[in-house]
Design a protein around this ligand. Sequence first.
Ligand SMILES: [Zn+2]
Length: 382
Amino acid sequence: MRTSIRAGQVLLPPEDGLPYVRRADTMRVEPGAVTVEDGVIVALEDDPGADRVIDLGPGAIVPGFVDCHTHLPFAGWRANEYEEKVTGVPYEEISRRGGGIASSARALAAASDDDLLAQARAVRAEMRAAGTTTVEGKTGYGLSRDGELRALRVGREVCDRMTGLFAHAVPEGYDAAGWMDEVDALAAEADVDALDIYVESVAFRNEDLERLGEIARREAVPLRAHVEQFNANRSVPVALAAGARSVDHLACLDPADIGPLARAECAAVLLPGAEFLGAEETAPGRALMDAGAICVLATDCNPGTSPVHSLPLVIGLAVRRYGWTAREAIAACTHNAAWVLGYDDRGSIEVGKRADLVLLDAPVEHIPYRFGRNPVAEVIAA
Ligand SMILES: [Zn+2]
């Protein structure tokens, strides 16, 4: 089956073969066409003799969105907590009543595998309708050895990549160092695509991040880290020294860390959905882009801080909060996000790459401008 699509805009990388794009204002937006066959992009021109010919008019062809930071699978939602949060109940109080991550951990333990799978599949279908063709998920709501292994097993059914976020919260009966011993054993036992840790005053410390770096090196998997979300802990230099693939959140990034991060082969994964819904600080997205960082966007889809599935919505938030162009924001959740997950077969429109394409009914600039509207006319996934 050969499909040929013509459009007013095709979003192309500055050149072929790049692993990621720094300073993504170099992305090209040109009128053109893409022809795909057997799940692969075969030409950047149209083929009037193809089995199916699509003309998007003034619309655009962009790469399938890659969501490289979600917390699928999870059980249930926490809408009641969100209402408490916006009406002024302090998080400490919500947490004391058993809310927060502990509440999602209880829900996960109570849910059957079938329920957990059904919810994850429903969210994944919503993501797909909004243009996401590749999804990463994380463990982290298991909060026990068996719970984490179960989250990993269920997540594998739904997500393209699974990250072991074994160091998400310190389970009852442990201190951070004691739980890191369990994390070490879990990492040796479990088959994960990356390891991740939540570094924050209420969770793990920079020394635990350092230790996870050693574990990740031993297991030969990429290290990722949730850092600088609510407080400046100066975790970025620690993550860079540990050779991290990505540092995620960065709302409270110290200005002194922008330069070293921008020069490193480590992605800055920004999560404006969590920033907005949590009334957090704003990550220095423009400064990171200008300094040449590998900038990435993701939904952080989770039942607590960011119950958001739509990357078009996240693009809209990023453009407004960081002062990015639509081109820069799209490169961040396609090409660069694919690199974070270790994919070189997708994320950009190049001959030979997977035919993961999003067909938009409007120019790319309309994604952030018509904020909250789903601009996706059709999704082609391989
Ligand atoms: Zn997260």
